[in-house]
Design a protein around this ligand. Structure first.
Ligand code: UDP
Ligand code: UDP
Length: 459
């Protein structure tokens, strides 16, 4: 594990050059970086992880504190000008922008630390780092934390004009404009500016590591590498599903004990990731829908984007008497759960999910089928991958950010039930789980991809 890697010279010997990992804000970015750090360390490639303090969420702080301190290098980022970036915006996006704008602080930091062989930077902050790395002549790779479909969008979007409507890369993938991250429709949104800048800078990268695997997105991955998506892209290297950094976990809770008592493959896990809040009205419909479905469920409820602000009571949100009514059949949690442990539990069969990409990788690895309910960002593009690959089903008409209305209880109940009995999906998901296991086993694409990476950076 990475604990074994020395970060300081031992008895006067020089440090081996290390790979500097630069994650972006939010658990959806930190988690895959920590997994990548562990996977590289396991292959005797020395790594350090840049971390900016304070983190946006409590969950990020806890994860960073659980890592060996020798792995972490503190990144002193420059604050944003509040007149240009009002603090009322999404705090995770603001942090991404601050990180991106702090790329110039990297060279002095590097020259003060152990020698650095290369950088791996998160896609959402990539553009400035790629330019800075080129200027100081250090190979810079990108870790793409979302789907290969999303990478295709990121690659072609800089040359997209709103009048073109849907994106259609003939014979490869169609990306309807209603699935684009919402801010991409807003010419003045700084997410759009970031997105275009990052997409344009991709050709500067020495390689793009993507947390996906070929059986899930075969056509897009092949087309990204053949130049059909965008000529001039560097090698696109699938390294997914990135395995959990820790093999064993000691995580227990009353909900886990409840799960232990449930019949095999009977429970649907319901969660919308680490930063997607749901309105009170929608929470009520979801609660009623789960109750109406008659299925067993494990529901992680979230009403605030940043976990530090989550102080509500479950019944205030879902209605009085709910917890008692569903007792024995369903549990509701308003806290962090170890999702990879929940998904791997034998009682879990399905996942009602927002389609955050890490969640989709974890579902594939666990052989858990997905009911896709994208809520924003890259999630509709990911949901389309879920539907096309057979990992699950996606009711495309379900609303997401910026749209009026709610998805009603009856509709939720109907789709949950449909998912539970879908034999086609069951078969496909079992096959995908096998392919996912092959990808991360010895001789699979993860090992091959990291070996290729190692050959490119270690001279
Ligand atoms: N996660 C978790 N417990 C929670 C919520 C999230 O372990 O209660 C993990 C989840 O397993 C995943 C990450 O946090 O690895 C969230 O990333 P994802 O891309 O799925 O969604 P995001 O939170 O970025 O929207
Ligand atoms: N993304 C991208 N280019 C960018 C910024 C983001 O391709 O410039 C991708 C990236 O993989 C990210 C995804 O789009 O994970 C969704 O971004 P969003 O900000 O909506 O969600 P978050 O990353 O904050 O969970």
């Amino acid at each position: 594990s990475y604990a074994e890697m020395p970060s300081k010279p031992i008895s006067g010997e020089p440090c081996p050059p290390r790979v500097l990992l630069i994650p972006s804000a939010g658990m959806g970015h930190l988690v895959p970086f920590v997994r990548l750090a562990a996977a590289l360390s396991a292959r005797r490639i020395a790594v350090s992880l840049l971390a900016a303090h304070p983190t946006i969420s409590e969950a990020e702080s806890r994860l960073i504190s659980s890592l060996p301190p020798s792995l972490i290098i503190e990144f002193p980022i420059a604050p944003l000008d509040p007149s240009l970036f009002p603090p009322s915006s999404d705090p995770f996006l603001l942090r991404m922008e601050a990180l991106r704008r702090s790329a110039h602080l990297l060279p002095p930091l590097i020259s003060a630390s152990a020698p650095v062989s290369s950088l791996i930077v998160d896609i959402s902050i990539a553009s400035n780092f790629l330019q800075v790395a080129a200027a100081v002549n250090i190979p810079c790779f990108v870790l793409f934390t979302s789907s290969a479909a999303m990478l295709a969008l990121c690659s072609v979007f800089p040359s997209y004009s709103p009048s073109s409507g849907d994106i259609d890369i003939t014979g490869v993938i169609k990306i309807p404009s209603f699935t684009f991250p919402l801010p991409l429709h807003d010419p003045n949104h700084f997410f759009k500016t970031q997105f275009v800048a990052n997409g344009k800078a991709l050709t500067l990268a020495s390689g793009i590591l993507v947390n996906t695997f070929s059986a899930l997105e075969p056509k897009v991955l092949a087309a990204l590498n053949s130049g059909e998506v965008l000529p001039g892209l560097p090698p696109v290297i699938p390294v997914g599903p990135l395995p959990p950094a820790r093999k064993q976990t000691s995580w227990t809770s009353p909900e886990m004990r409840w799960l232990d008592e449930q019949p095999e493959r009977s429970v649907i896990y319901v969660s919308f990731g680490s930063r997607t809040a749901m309105s009170k009205e929608q929470i009520r419909e979801l609660g009623a829908g789960l109750e109406m479905s008659g299925c067993r469920f494990f529901w992680v409820m979230k009403s605030k984007m940043v976990d530090r602000e989550e102080k509500g009571e479950i019944e205030e949100l879902v209605g009085e008497g709910y917890v008692k009514r569903v007792e024995g059949r369903g549990v509701v949690v308003m806290d962090w759960v170890e999702q990879e442990v929940v998904l791997a539990h034998q009682a879990v069969i399905g996942f009602l999910s927002h389609c955050g990409w890490n969640s989709m990788m974890e579902a594939s690895a666990a052989g858990v089928r997905v009911l896709a309910w994208p809520r924003g960002g890259d999630q509709r593009v990911n949901a389309a991958v879920v539907a096309a690959s057979g990992l699950g089903i996606w009711p495309e008409e379900w609303v997401w950010e910026g749209e009026e209305g709610v998805v009603v209880a009856e509709e939720i109940a109907k789709k949950v039930t449909e998912l539970m009995v879908d034999n086609g999906v069951a078969e496909r998901v079992a096959k995908l789980a096998e392919e996912a296991a092959t990808a991360v086993a010895e001789g699979g694409s993860l090992g091959n991809g990291l070996a290729l990476f190692g050959r490119k950076v270690i001279v």
